[in-house]
Structures are given as C-alpha cells and as structure tokens.
Design a protein around this ligand. Structure first.
Ligand code: HEC
Ligand code: CU
Length: 486
C-alpha cells in the first residue's frame, strides 16, 4: 500500500515536471514563432488620426500594411484655463498630439511637416520605433519644410511620442507629446468605449490662475514646480460638457499617457476599480487595480466595466494636483441604478467646486492698434509689445531674459545695443552661427521672422525701450534701408 502511494506520487511528480517542461518549451516556441520583423505587409492605407479624447477605429484583424501618417506641427495660442492662455507647440493642433493607431508588423511611413508660420524647428521621437533617436534624427524639420522617414512596428503596446529638439524639456513642456498604439496580431479585444487621456505638467511665469497670456518659465520647470498639472492640455478638458461618457453595463478602455516633462502620474478613477491594466502600456496585465502609476514618457491601458450610473472623477491621486492644479476629469455614466451594487446617496459633483477655483478675468492685453503712417513712440511700443508676445516671446521669453545656452537675452543685450542695423538684419533674415551676447556664446538658429517693415520697426522699438536697453526708436525708413542693402 505504502509502495503504491509512493509510485503514484512519483508518477504525478513526473507528470507535473513533464507539463512544466513542455509548457516552457511552448513559450519558447511562441516567442520564436512570432518574429514580428518578418511580418509581410500587403497594401497601404492612410492612418486615421484623432485629437483627444478620441481614438481611431480599432485595427481588428486587418493584415499588416504600409501605413501612411501625415502629421503637421502647429504652434498656436490656446486656453490653459478660463482667462489664461499659453502658446502651445503641438503635433496636429492638439495637446496631446494626434493619436496614431497601428498594428504589429505595419510599415509606418511618417511625414512630419512644420507649418510655415511656426517659429521653431522640431522633430519626433516615437518610443514605438526601433532605431536611433526613435526617429528624432531623421525627422528634424525647419518651419515651412517636411521630412519623411519610415519604421516597422516590432513590439505591440502603447507608446509615447514627443519632440526631442533642444531644449527638449521646453518642447515637451509646451505640449509636444502624444500616443501611438501598436495592436497585437488580431487586434485588442473589443470593448464598448475607448478614450485617449494624457497628463502633462506646465510651468508659467504667473502662478496658477494668473490671467492673460503666460510665458513658459524655465526656472520653475527645472525646479519641477508645476503651476498646472492637467489632462489633455488644459484645465477642464474632461469636465462638464467635455466629460467622457459611457452607459451602465459597458466596458470602457482608457489609453492613458503621461507626457511629463517632469511628474509621474498616480492615475485613479474615483469610484471605479480597473478590471485590467496593461502595466506601463506593455503586455503584462494586472487585475483589480485601484491606482496605476504612469511614468513621465510612459503609458498604461486601463479597462473597467461600469456597473452603476453617476459621475466618476478621474484624477492624478497626488491629490493637490487634481484639486489645485487641474488634473481632474469626469466620466459620466448613464443608465439605471443598481441598488444591490451601490445604494448610497448620490452626491454628483461633490469634488467639482474645488477643481473650478479659477474664475473670470479681464481679457484685454492684446488691444489691436491700427497701422498708421506716423505712430507716436508710445503707440509703437504698445504695438511692438503685442507683436513681441506673438513672435519673439516663445524663444526670448517674456522679459527678454532668453534661455541659457539656447536663446540669447534681449534684455540689457550688449550685442543688441551695439548695432541697430545689424539687429534689424537679424529679424529680417534670421541668424545662424556663433555670437557672443553679454559674454556668453550662442550657436544656434533664429529663423527669419515673417513681419512687415512697419512691424519690425515696432517690435524692435519695444525691445530697445524695455529691460534696460538703450531706448532707440527704430524707424521704418531704417528697416527699409537695411532691407534694400544700404
Ligand atoms: C525660434 C526661436 C526665436 C524666435 C521666435 C526669435 N528669435 Fe531671436 N534669436 C534666436 C536665436 C537662437 C538667436 C541666436 C542665433 C545664433 O546663435 O546665431 C537669436 C538672436 C537674436 C538677436 C541677437 C542676439 C541678442 O540677444 O541680442 C536679436 C536682437 C534677436 N534674436 C531678436 C529677435 C526678435 C526681435 C524676435 C521677434 C521678432 C526674435 N528674435 C524671434 C531665436 C529666436
Ligand atoms: Cu519641438
């Protein structure tokens, strides 16, 4: 009897060992079998691109294709919060940039165009790319130009893309990031609702809520002292009428990214538990998760079924960011209540008031001044100030202080004050090559500014009459002289 037991148990041990062995072998076989670099593409198609919170149609079981992506970079003023604006640098006109949806094995032909009205060169580093710089070196593009490069998607997952042009932190801080999804063979499982959410932190000269157009603040960015931490580029992008929606019984999938540049997100939906999370946007799935960590330059796919109606608040659970800096969104779920699941008193909007701390403000600041032949000095300065905020400010900064080792200062600039005609020439024709300003060397590119002669006179008069400069009144006639080469 004892012997029999022994035989049986050793048999079962052997069976177990055998199973273990074969399943290991199976796994090995699988990872060898799917060499995604060998997937052959059939035909080509243009990629559908969407702005947040929407995503393109799922790939389903389509074969791998040559996928054509046309992305346009736009630098434009947008709303940060009621009464506060910011000059965003964007991929496709939104922050985060357009959502790109591919499947493993696709050959993506990527064309990045830089709008002629833009002030700066840019490029793109896609974390889904296997290749130097994630595409950055092949995509560096000046205003009014476009660049094409291609890559094959080898690894399924949700990936961040971002601009990687110096100063990299500043390009990212101004909104240059987005997500690219690479679906596995056969596509992701079907769900009822899918949305695109991406967190970012912003650094402005004025504190949170300060009215008017706010400049990027390099000091605060380096100190990681964010004025705004938001979803989808601004306060309120996902609240009130902008809330994302679902119906009771549906499964919701969120593609969540974090552009940073600095902060890590503790992503949480108040009153929901994530049924499934693709941790860090990869293939590992965690279940029954309350809060998932999303690194700067990282992503996660979260999925949950909504069982009861109500407003579910989406937050970065580093909670002051949610209630005081803007990282707050809403998922509104409609449908009939289920008293067994949740029978409490519903207090919709209870978290709302704190999130809406920022109120009305005067919207002046950009008074249009009619272009007349003979403007007074004060009129020229006022008009020049307006032009400065629209054109020069992104690089030379609000008070002409520039950015160390990237953009030279215009405030108390010995270089500027030395030679008016040379300065006019710089604005007319752009400037490259090494220059020394206040003892510091700069060797970068200032693109030619698209301004009229009148506007150049105004903007330079403003610069010369600000920040400790020598108060030159720049005449239109002098601009004309320089232009005609005298
Ligand atoms: C795209 C960013 C950018 C914009 C926009 C820009 N500049 Fe520049 N600017 C630069 C860079 C970079 C240099 C240094 C070029 C070099 O290294 O040769 C420079 C140099 C200068 C200089 C000479 C150096 C100094 O600090 O005195 C002046 C003057 C100047 N810019 C004025 C302006 C004015 C006025 C505007 C707006 C009409 C403007 N710039 C818009 C990037 C920019
Ligand atoms: Cu950029």
């Amino acid at each position: 009897m004892k012997k029999l037991k022994l035989i049986l148990s050793s048999l079962s041990f052997m069976a177990f060992a055998f199973l273990l062995f074969t399943s290991c072998k199976d796994n090995e076989k699988k990872s060898i079998a799917i060499d995604t670099s060998k997937i052959v593409v059939s035909g080509s198609m243009e990629a559908e691109l969407t702005s947040p919170p929407f995503v393109p149609a799922s790939v389903g079981n389509r074969p791998a294709k040559k996928l054509i992506v046309n992305m346009e970079i736009l630098e434009e003023e947008g709303t940060m919060t009621d009464g506060t604006t910011y000059i965003y640098w964007t991929f496709g006109g939104s922050v985060p940039g357009s959502f790109i949806r591919t499947r493993v094995g696709d050959e993506v032909e990527f064309t990045l165009s830089n709008h002629p009205d833009n002030k700066l060169p840019h490029n793109i580093d896609l974390h889904a790319v296997t290749g130097p710089g994630g595409g950055a070196t092949s995509s560096f593009v000046a205003p009014g130009h476009e660049k094409t490069f291609s890559f094959k998607t080898l690894n399924p997952g949700l990936y961040v893309y971002h601009c990687a042009t110096a100063p990299v932190g500043m390009h990212i801080a101004n909104g240059m990031y987005g997500l690219i999804l690479v679906e596995p063979e056969g596509g992701l499982p079907k769900v009822d609702k899918e949305y695109y959410i991406m967190q970012g932190d912003f650094y402005t000269k004025g504190d949170n809520g300060a009215p008017g157009l706010q400049a990027f603040d390099m000091k605060k960015a380096v100190a990681e002292d964010a004025d705004y931490v938001v979803f989808n580029g601004k306060v309120g992008s996902l609240t009130g009428d902008n809330a994302i929606t679902a119906n009771v019984g549906e499964t919701v999938r969120l593609y969540v990214g974090n552009g940073g540049p600095n902060l890590v997100s503790s992503f949480h939906v108040i009153g929901e538990i994530f049924d499934r999370v693709n941790i860090e946007g990869g293939s590992a799935i965690n279940e029954n998760v309350q809060t998932t960590l999303i690194p700067a330059g990282g992503a996660a796919i979260v999925e949950f079924k909504v069982d009861v109606p109500g407003t579910f608040i989406i937050v970065d659970h580093s909670i002051f960011r949610a209630f005081n800096k803007g990282a707050l969104g809403m998922l509104k779920v409609k449908g009939s209540e289920s008293k067994q699941l949740y029978s409490g008193v519903k207090q919709e909007g209870i978290y709302n008031p704190e999130g809406g701390t920022i109120q009305e403000m005067p919207t002046d600041g950009a008074k249009k001044i009619a272009v007349k032949g003979n403007k007074t000095l004060a009129e020229k300065i006022a008009s020049g100030k307006n032009l400065y905020t629209k054109t020069c400010f992104a690089c030379h900064q609000a008070n002409g202080e520039g950015i160390p080792s990237a953009f030279p200062p215009l405030a108390k600039s010995d270089y500027l004050n030395e030679d008016v005609k040379r300065t006019i020439g710089i604005v007319l024709n752009g400037k490259t090559g090494e220059i020394t300003v206040n003892g510091k060397k700069y060797n970068s590119v200032m693109t030619k500014q698209t301004l009229t002669e009148d506007e150049i006179a105004d903007v330079l008069t403003y610069v010369y009459n600000s920040w400790g400069n020598n108060k030159t009144n720049v005449k239109v006639s002098t601009v004309q002289e320089v232009k005609s080469g005298h």
